[in-house]
Design a protein around this ligand. Structure first.
Ligand code: ZN
Ligand code: ZN
Length: 402
């Protein structure tokens, strides 16, 4: 393994930063303390910073001294989740109902390690922008940073992201050109009928029977309308109606999520859902109110940058430890917004099976968004080294697209 030497020496210090962040988790757009920790460290290493994009966002500007070259962006997320930590070890969350259960504490730390190294070894061309973003977990912090001028203030030829991935062995990496994460979309369908006595249904219009029919019919979109070559999932996760055994209610509500790896099947699914909902409602003599919210687009890696990242990883950890054709996940990721604007690649870094957890962890598995999760500190030198090697290779090649 070709790790960057000082990063191994800094491992204890970086682990301390990671555990401090873990103990002080903050929700999206509220990462004030986290943002301060990031800013303070960057400044202490002589890195000029810009603060305030999307509120708590921080961008560090590291100018190489080997001449002109295309700029590169490296991105980490900083926010935690609104959930209770089940772990009781020393660095467990001190903020009730808040937890770093997705490893963004580790992502922030790995990028800090790389920034420190790059600030001390500026033998690269062009500029490296280290981007610390708020609110990945549903808040769309990346989209807000872009709206507030991220790519105008800091023009870059490519941007790269990384997420720790439990289940992939530690020391291995996964990526794929094209879609690696799904789009995330929520829908709500309100069916308004006319309530009645349950013994006299002919005097009302029953929204419950319409909801049941609709729940069945919507699944036909995935099997009958969508191209079988496209991937999509439509899950109805809530049906609410009624309050008594002998009352036909006025209203029934269906809610759920749609996930896809591309926008075209999503457009089709949204259109067919609306049509089926409206026509089913009409068939049962009830009114329909349909709403569909597109949360995150699919995360689509660009092929040249993906090939470049894969090569950097192979040189670092060996070909056997890099799967450059992973099966994508239907989870969503707001790095997708950055990849819509600028070419780049998002990778998964193997986090192992959870055996790294310190004594006092919860009973649950070490999976993302589980109360017993903890970021694997053994990954820190690996993740930081990837960022450094990526910049070095980028500088040597003069970027990916000439
Ligand atoms: Zn997450
Ligand atoms: Zn995450």
């Amino acid at each position: 393994m070709q790790l960057v030497e000082p990063l191994l020496a800094w491992h204890p210090e970086l682990t301390a930063i990671r555990r401090d962040l873990h103990a002080h988790p903050e929700l999206g757009f509220e990462e004030q303390r986290t943002s301060d920790v990031v800013a303070r460290n960057l400044e202490s290493w002589g890195i000029p910073i810009h603060r305030g994009l999307a509120g708590t966002g921080v961008v560090g500007i590291i100018q190489g001294d080997a001449g002109e070259g295309p700029a590169i962006g490296l991105r980490a997320d900083m926010d935690a989740l609104p959930m209770q930590e089940a772990n009781t070890f020393a660095h467990a969350s001190q903020n009730p109902g808040r937890m770093h259960a997705c490893g963004h504490d580790g992502h922030t730390t790995m990028l800090l390690g790389a920034a420190r190294y790059l600030a001390q070894h500026r033998d690269f061309k062009g500029i490296v922008y280290v981007i610390f973003q708020p609110a990945e977990e549903g808040g769309g912090g990346a989209a807000r940073m872009i709206q507030e001028g991220l790519f105008e203030k800091f023009p870059m030829a490519a941007v790269f992201g990384m997420h720790n991935w439990p289940g992939l062995p530690m020391g291995t990496f996964g990526l794929t050109p094209g879609a690696i994460m799904g789009s995330s979309n929520e829908f709500a369908i309100v069916l308004r009928g006319r309530g009645a006595h349950a013994a006299m249904p002919h005097l009302g219009a029953d929204p419950v029977i319409a909801a049941v029919q609709l729940a069945q019919s919507l699944q036909s979109i995935v099997t009958r309308n969508k191209n079988p070559a496209d991937t999509a999932v439509l899950s109805i996760t809530q049906i609410h109606a009624g309050s008594a055994d002998n009352v036909i209610p006025n209203e029934a509500v269906l809610r759920g999520t749609v996930r896809t790896f591309a926008t075209a099947p999503l457009d089709l699914i949204e259109r067919r859902m609306r049509e089926i909902a409206e026509h089913t409602a009409a068939a049962f003599d009830v009114q329909c109110e349909f709403s569909f919210h597109r949360n995150y687009p699919p995360t689509i890696n660009h092929a040249p940058e993906s090939a470049f990242a894969a090569e950097v990883l192979r040189e670092m950890v060996g070909s056997d430890a890099v799967d450059a054709d992973v099966v994508p996940s239907m989870g969503a990721e707001d790095f997708a917004f950055m990849l819509e604007k600028v070419p780049g690649c998002y990778i998964w870094a193997g986090a192992g099976d959870g055996a790294h957890r310190a004594e006092g962890h919860g009973m649950g598995p070490c999976m993302l968004h589980n109360g017993s999760y903890d970021f694997n500190d053994e990954m820190i030198p690996l993740g930081s080294s990837y960022w450094v090697r990526l910049v070095q290779a980028w500088s040597k090649a003069g970027g990916v697209r000439k």
